[in-house]
Design a protein around this ligand. Structure first.
Ligand code: ATP
Ligand code: MG
Length: 176
């Protein structure tokens, strides 16, 4: 097979099996079934979306990630909501620990230094639970999800075809 010359990439928090299962349950409560639920193996929290990246730029991307200062932190995913425009059903923490925008800012700054176009929109941490959802009244999760975050990951995304769509290329553990 020919080597891909570019890949669609993003940085994300990648849940372990138990958090993944809890996110799936959150989706059921929030009404993911009325749309197209995200495949359980694809559930994640995006940090920074890179888009198409040439394979020769991968070392630069990894060097940026190597330079990130990260301590482990806890996320409490306790609410869900719906965005009308994108028709996305999501869940999120009502209290965002400073470490999370901290990760976003560091990645963004490092990538900008390497010539990647920065994200213009403000960072809104969320986990997409389902797409093509017509409408959902926002609410509180019956079972808030305790998500101990001790790493972040570089993910490759393929469009089209069957889910799961995402693949972990590399994980960076937090400095404990
Ligand atoms: P598709 O676009 O084929 O429907 P997808 O949205 O699941 O599939 P990607 O578009 O590769 O897959 O997106 C990967 C992740 O990055 C998702 O969490 C998505 O919400 C997020 N993302 C995509 N585009 C952007 C963007 N322009 N800014 C911020 N995050 C983005
Ligand atoms: Mg997309």
């Amino acid at each position: 097979l020919p080597e891909p010359t570019q890949q669609r990439l993003f940085f994300a928090l990648w849940p372990d099996a138990s958090v993944r299962q809890a996110l799936q349950a959150a989706g059921r409560q929030a009404g993911a079934g009325s749309g197209r639920p995200v495949h359980p193996d694809d559930l994640h929290m995006t940090l920074v979306f890179l888009g198409q990246v040439a394979t020769e730029r991968l070392p630069d991307v990894q060097t940026v990630a190597d330079g990130i200062v990260m301590r482990p932190f806890d996320l409490a995913i306790d609410r869900f909501g719906w965005w009308k425009r994108s028709r996305i059903l999501w869940c999120a923490p009502s209290r965002v620990p400073e470490a999370l925008p901290g990760l976003f800012d560091q990645l963004q700054a490092g990538l900008a230094d390497c010539g990647f176009a920065p994200e213009r929109r403000p960072y809104r941490p969320h986990v997409t639970l389902a797409r093509k959802v017509t409408q959902v009244v926002p609410g509180t999760l019956d079972r808030p999800i305790a998500w101990p975050v001790d790493s972040f990951a570089l993910i490759a995304s393929r469009t089209g075809g069957e889910p799961p769509r995402y693949r972990v290329l590399k994980k960076w553990p937090a400095d404990s």
